[in-house]
Design a protein around this ligand. Sequence first.
Ligand code: UDX
Ligand code: ADP
Length: 462
Amino acid sequence: MTIKSICCLGAGYVGGPTMAMIAAKCPDIQVTVADMNEKRIAAWNSDTLPVYEPGLDAVVASALGRNLHFTTDIRSAIAAADLIFVSVGTPTKSYGIGAGRAADLRYIESAARLIAEVSEGHKIIVEKSTIPVKTATAIKAILAANSPNGATFQVLSNPEFLAEGTAVEDLEFPDRILIGGEVTLEGTAAVEALASVYARWIPRERILTTNLWSSELSKLVANAFLAQRISSINSISALCEATGADVDEVSRAIGMDSRIGPKFLKASVGFGGSCFQKDILNLVYLCDSFNLPKVAKYWAQVVQLNDWQKSRFVEKIVRTLYNTVNGKRIGILGFAFKKDTNDTRESPAIHVCRDLLNERAHLAIYDPRVSKETIHEDLIYAGVSPELIASNVEFCADPYAAANGAHALATLTEWDEFRTLDLPRLYELMFKPAFIFDGRAVLPSAALKAHGFDAFVIGKGA
Ligand code: UDX
Ligand code: ADP
């Protein structure tokens, strides 16, 4: 089966960039991204994309209107496609059975029902969203039971491993592409059809094929392992602070062991992002469902440690500022969950800001990419009252405005521009002692001290 027309349901952080890359690399394949969110679709069709990713503008521009289309006409997009990616959101359930842990699969289910209703002939359905293992069974059952036109389907799993901020690079040069399918003749043919799309730009040896369940599970496990490394080094950051060791030196020393490797060992105020916490909670729920409570508990600890890391950072600030931040101005540098993205989902900054506001601090927040509206929405969602935001939060246009009259600064995102701040200027603007809490170890720590700051850097002992 040769793929001539692809559709993707969901124009989010995953669907949009992934389809743009496929369209750019396969000019002979028509790629249509469909989403009911009109604002999002309009943004993809404009000069201001809804997702900020270095290099993404050029990739989209190279194919938009040629073989890349963004539309709200979901039915027509499904009808025209040989292969349909399902890249809709799978948030953590906030209600009922499994609340706070299980994945909410209602968008997946309604997408499957719509595909069944609209389709004719044979189509390949690809799970792109991160989903619990065995979801393909549910999708298959829904498709089989609801196809008035007698359409037939093969369901594949093809999880996306791109990281935000480096999406374009990750899509162009991925470590691997994982495709899971049924171990039948039809299943193998469908896997091959999708593999041959990726093979246009990715070496065959990097395209890995497995059974459906291994593929579904591997995505959760990859994220759990990555998050576990961060929680491991963050646990050690606390020990470093207590003992006078330097966590960056420890990371370097252990990372040079080729069995450990150097990546994902940067201590921080905590990991954020739309995937890590959600996927671990999902894994924990799965383990519990399969009656493996010890395994569930093991992985749950990764999230608990992350929560503790955020809380202890706030506690450090409050204790250092003489046990009260009430009425004190604290400059917050960075709100995104990591640099080079405007995404704030599960950003540790939300947790830190909420807790500081509960202590009645005045926050002066600066982030080079995150809008005031997003920060406002995030704080409301985290339970901060609109009145408290109105009276105690200021949005600043640059770091110096945030530092002006501040008792302390806290770095919560590792934006590169923070590495070259004008330290004497910052010091001048602040109350003395001028406290700095570097939650990302991104500021030049020796220079901070030389310029008179009272600096606390995550994972660095006194
Ligand atoms: C992650 C996975 O990396 C990606 O493969 C998957 O598809 C989606 O989830 P993402 O959430 O975009 O990607 O970002 P990532 O770079 O993994 O960072 C996640 C969080 O961990 C960020 O808050 C980051 O600041 C933090 N982090 C990362 C650390 O604190 N220390 C590190 O060493 C690395
Ligand atoms: P991700 O980070 O996984 O890409 P997002 O939440 O950014 O997730 O995007 C998911 C998108 O999927 C949203 O824009 C939402 O409107 C869209 N969506 C949800 N259900 C459907 C559906 N049945 N058909 C098309 N799009 C959908």
